[in-house]
Design a binder for this molecule. Structure first.
Ligand SMILES: *[C@@H]1O[C@H](CO)[C@@H](O)[C@H](O)[C@H]1NC(C)=O
Ligand SMILES: *[C@@H]1O[C@H](CO)[C@@H](O)[C@H](O)[C@H]1NC(C)=O
Ligand SMILES: *[C@@H]1O[C@H](CO)[C@@H](O)[C@H](O)[C@H]1NC(C)=O
Ligand SMILES: *[C@@H]1O[C@H](CO)[C@@H](O)[C@H](O)[C@H]1NC(C)=O
Ligand SMILES: *[C@@H]1O[C@H](CO)[C@@H](O)[C@H](O)[C@H]1NC(C)=O
Ligand SMILES: *[C@@H]1O[C@H](CO)[C@@H](O)[C@H](O)[C@H]1NC(C)=O
Length: 467
């Protein structure tokens, strides 16, 4: 890129001949400086390589005020004039070789625009976020026909224009952007009478969430409950006992009670956890004893006692992001560790089951940022969840989010992750990207599917990071 003084030299040489062009350039410089100092959001400025088709693309931004719009229009006019001039001189023969002249014009343009990008412009005219939001929120409200959605998405200003204790002068209720694509479903979901009992539509709600309408709007109807709620078992019994089926609404499931789920009769919908309602035989031994594969005499299992011994007494709270009935949390509770279990109701009432066992379920889809603050949890455990299907970019976002909530020295326990052999290296790269300290690291073949898959388990420790 030429330095400004070189441009001035060039200017001197052409000064007499192209006086009008010179004036034009000066105009551009002045105008650009004036205008760009007002911009604080130029989202895209691009100049293509070929000189005659230099395209200056200034994306309009909703943040421009009316005054900015005026000067931007003027700037665009001048840029257009330069481009016209470049075309013209490119066609007509001239005393000065047209290519050099064009290059000169191009360089001037480039210099201006690149410099304006390189030095971040001060926000001279700060527009309060609230002052420009209403347009968006109005648009969102106008998009839907059901009055309850419109009411929900509109900003709720505080009464009397006061700021609340959180320093905001309104409340901003939001919905997931996929809600717009799922307009019909959302409208069905939000079509109710205020104060009445809601339809029995948890399945519709979950469908919306899973497909990205997450967060869902809140509602002003009473959710349906089981007809007769029997008091749950005391905590001394509840951890390892199938709950009373009357405490769950079974609409939308093939099984109508927990014994049906435990008997493994229907595996559709929760194939990843066909046995996990069988507390006595299947769930009891998990993480307490190693289960070797009879063929290979190998296992991807890691024992809870083994993991806790890495940091005796230090692991107190954590998250289990898995498909399951909360058995991990139940076991950890016995080790005096409090675990929240994040799951959706995929084919079985997992959330109710976990709650009835006396454990804490978090109804959470994979779409959302975890509802925990940075550097707070001692442990994140995951199993039967991310395996093999997950997009690498998504995995990256999830791992960074987990890293965010784990405290320095916290443990990430990847439990029996499985994928195709040939994809293992790519997945391992994602996990290695965290640069955690490896406390346990196991890769074993998974024998049930033509030997094409492998299991991977690891316990990784988040390092302290300098800042
Ligand atoms: C919130 O405050 C900003 C500036 O303090 C103001 O421009 C805006 O109108 C206020 N919004 C409401 C809803 O009171
Ligand atoms: C559980 O449901 C199955 C059918 O889904 C039924 O055959 C069985 O009798 C039920 N068991 C109990 C204890 O209600
Ligand atoms: C759990 O599985 C075992 C054997 O797989 C079976 O004998 C037992 O009846 C099952 N438990 C329930 C509650 O179905
Ligand atoms: C449940 O299904 C699994 C296969 O996923 C099978 O190994 C197990 O024996 C079944 N359990 C019962 C009690 O039928
Ligand atoms: C399996 O491996 C363990 C050690 O990891 C060994 O003690 C045991 O004898 C092996 N069993 C078989 C059947 O090879
Ligand atoms: C858990 O805490 C209780 C009471 O504080 C204590 O008696 C028990 O030994 C602890 N269990 C473990 C496994 O540390």
């Amino acid at each position: 890129m030429p330095k400004p003084n070189c441009c001035l030299k060039l200017l001197g040489r052409w000064n007499g001949f192209h006086k009008s062009i010179f004036m034009l350039i000066i105009l551009v410089i002045l105008l650009s400086i004036a205008t760009l100092s007002k911009f604080y959001s130029i989202t895209s400025l691009s100049i293509s390589d070929t000189l005659c088709s230099r395209v200056v693309n200034i994306e309009s931004s909703s943040r421009f005020s009316a005054a900015d719009d005026g000067s931007r229009a003027a700037l665009e006019t001048v840029i257009q004039k330069i481009r016209d001039e470049m075309k013209e001189t490119g066609a007509a023969a001239s005393v000065i070789p047209s290519s050099r002249y064009n290059a000169f014009l191009g360089e001037i343009l480039e210099l201006l625009l690149v410099q304006s990008l390189a030095s971040p412009v001060e926000k001279t005219t700060q527009i309060h976020p609230l002052a420009m939001r209403p347009k968006h929120d109005e648009a969102a409200a106008e998009f839907f026909l059901i009055e309850e959605i419109r009411k929900y998405v509109r900003i709720k200003p505080n009464r009397l224009g006061k700021q609340n204790f959180m320093g905001a002068n309104g409340t901003f209720t939001s919905i997931g952007h996929a809600c717009f694509a799922m307009k019909q479903d959302l409208e069905e979901y939000m079509d109710y009478d205020v104060g009445e009992i809601c339809k029995d539509d948890w399945k519709l709600a979950q469908k919306l969430m899973v497909h990205g309408c997450d967060p869902l709007p809140r509602r002003r109807c009473f959710s349906r409950a089981p007809q007769l709620y029997i008091k749950p078992f005391p905590i001394t019994e509840s951890l390892w006992k199938l709950p009373d089926h009357r405490n769950v609404r079974w609409s939308g499931y093939r099984c109508k009670n927990f014994t049906c789920l435990a008997a493994n009769g229907t595996r559709k919908g929760f194939f990843k956890c066909a046995d996990c309602f069988n507390l006595t035989h299947h769930e009891m031994p998990r993480w307490m004893e190693l289960k070797f594969d009879p063929q290979t005499n190998q296992t991807a299992d890691i024992l809870i006692s083994d993991v806790l011994s890495i940091k005796p007494g230090e692991v107190r709270i954590g998250l289990d992001f898995s498909v399951g009935t909360g058995t991990f949390a139940a076991r950890m509770r016995e080790f005096n560790v409090t675990i929240a279990t994040g799951t959706i109701n995929l084919g079985a009432p997992f959330n109710e089951m976990i709650a009835l066992r006396g454990l804490l379920p978090i109804y959470l889809s994979i779409n959302q940022r975890l509802p925990f603050f940075d550097n707070t949890l001692d442990l994140i455990h995951t199993t039967r969840f991310l395996d093999g299907w997950i997009d690498f970019v998504l995995l990256d976002f999830i791992l960074y989010d987990w890293d965010r909530v784990l405290r320095p020295g916290g443990l990430l326990w990847i439990d029996s992750f499985f994928c195709l052999k040939e994809e293992l290296d790519d997945y391992l790269e994602s996990f290695k990207m965290l640069r955690y300290r490896k406390r346990r690291w196991i890769v074993v073949p998974k024998v049930d599917k033509d030997d094409r898959e492998v299991f991977f388990s690891a316990v990784l420790e988040k390092p302290p990071r300098p800042f």
